[in-house]
Design a protein around this ligand. Sequence first.
Ligand SMILES: C[S@@+](CC[C@H](N)C(=O)[O-])C[C@H]1O[C@@H](n2cnc3c(N)ncnc32)[C@H](O)[C@@H]1O
Length: 219
Amino acid sequence: MDPDFWLARWDNEEIGFHQPDGNPLLAAHWPTLAIPPDAQVLVPLCGKTPDMAWLAARGHSVIGVELSEKAARALFAEQDVQPETHERDGFTVYSAGGIAIWVGDFFAMPAAVLADCSALYDRASLIALPPPMRQRFAALLTEALPADGRGLLVALDYDQSEMAGPPFSVPDSEIRQLFEPAFAVECLARKDTLADNERFRQKGLSRLWESAYGLTRNR
Ligand SMILES: C[S@@+](CC[C@H](N)C(=O)[O-])C[C@H]1O[C@@H](n2cnc3c(N)ncnc32)[C@H](O)[C@@H]1O
């Protein structure tokens, strides 16, 4: 998507994707991945999710990447902390309390910074991107994450003919096509969440599967 699309969503507060209490699949499945607390976690396309604070509270150093400066400021304001800022490699970096948000385009992130992240948390990031960008996104992660890389990916699967994205439907077969064989891909949970999602029912969806995947680097 065009960056202006997302910046307008934030400017107009059209952020229906935001979950003020975070995503329950994180607390349910992150512990099963046995990711050590000293692993630095990459959260691409992070918005202002409180999931970043949840990860930081478990001892992780967290690197978020987000186009919208408004989102970055809001994340820290909602945690009641005053971030420091500095400029690096064309990004403005907001940081406090173990969380750093790099404000700018994820696809322009310095490879060395990504390579320092041995863990990944993606909720509504891959599925925010149209198909060609999903290929680039997965290729970038595959290229950048180190040999012991592991993570949790939360995706949606619905009948794409019933609604235009974003969020886009990314079925199990595509997750595997994007990440295997560099990662072992394990579906940890799948649930039809349509009953809990009024805005998607109103758009006419007949099902809305939310799935959590564990990704473990193979090579
Ligand atoms: C669907 S939202 C998900 C946000 C967050 N992961 C969550 O769970 O609330 C997608 C976010 O990605 C950001 N975004 C989209 N394209 C981006 C890019 N190329 N680089 C960095 N952020 C991007 C948008 O501004 C938006 O906040």
